[in-house]
Ligand binder design. Structure first.
Ligand code: ZN
Length: 153
């Protein structure tokens, strides 16, 4: 990667870690998940409001962690908000591939999240980058186990 681009990526990361987007908690009917990464000291609380069919209606997080963890969580909420269940799951998979997937080309659907690609060179930081995404995955599972289809009248 050329140095200018790397510089730009660094700025995006720093910006998100210093001013995380969608920072806060949701209350009404939101699924709450706590995630931590003891090897680094990262902790986040994710709240997700699911709509019909498991669409991500709203998503917020709070917590404390390293720049990689916070930036990943911040960018994740921006990316997943308003997505259908299918889109959100596909993005989560694409992100996992991005930061662990050898030389696979980044999925363009990830947008700004592609700045996290450099994490794959630092295996111990992969957990930091994945923390919010693992929490989202857990939120989906919780939602699915509680979301009983309503019987038509
Ligand atoms: Zn970390």
């Amino acid at each position: 990667m050329n140095p200018e681009l790397e510089d730009l990526y660094q700025q995006v990361l720093l910006d998100h870690s210093k001013r995380p987007r969608n920072f806060g908690a949701l209350t009404d009917g939101a699924v709450q998940v706590h995630g931590d990464n003891p090897s680094c000291g990262d902790e986040i609380d994710l709240s997700v409001c699911f709509g019909p069919e498991g669409a991500v209606e709203d998503i917020r997080f709070t917590g404390q962690g390293c720049a990689i963890c916070m930036a990943s969580a911040s960018m994740m909420t921006l990316k997943l908000k308003g997505r259908s269940r299918l889109e959100a799951t596909a993005l989560a998979e694409a992100f996992h591939t991005l930061i662990t997937g050898g030389n696979a080309a980044p999925d363009r659907a990830l947008g700004d999240l592609q700045v996290m690609e450099g994490v794959r060179k630092f295996p111990q930081r992969v957990k930091c980058a994945m923390l919010a995404w693992r929490a989202f995955d857990q939120a989906l599972t919780i939602h699915e186990s509680t979301d009983r289809p309503t019987t038509p009248p």
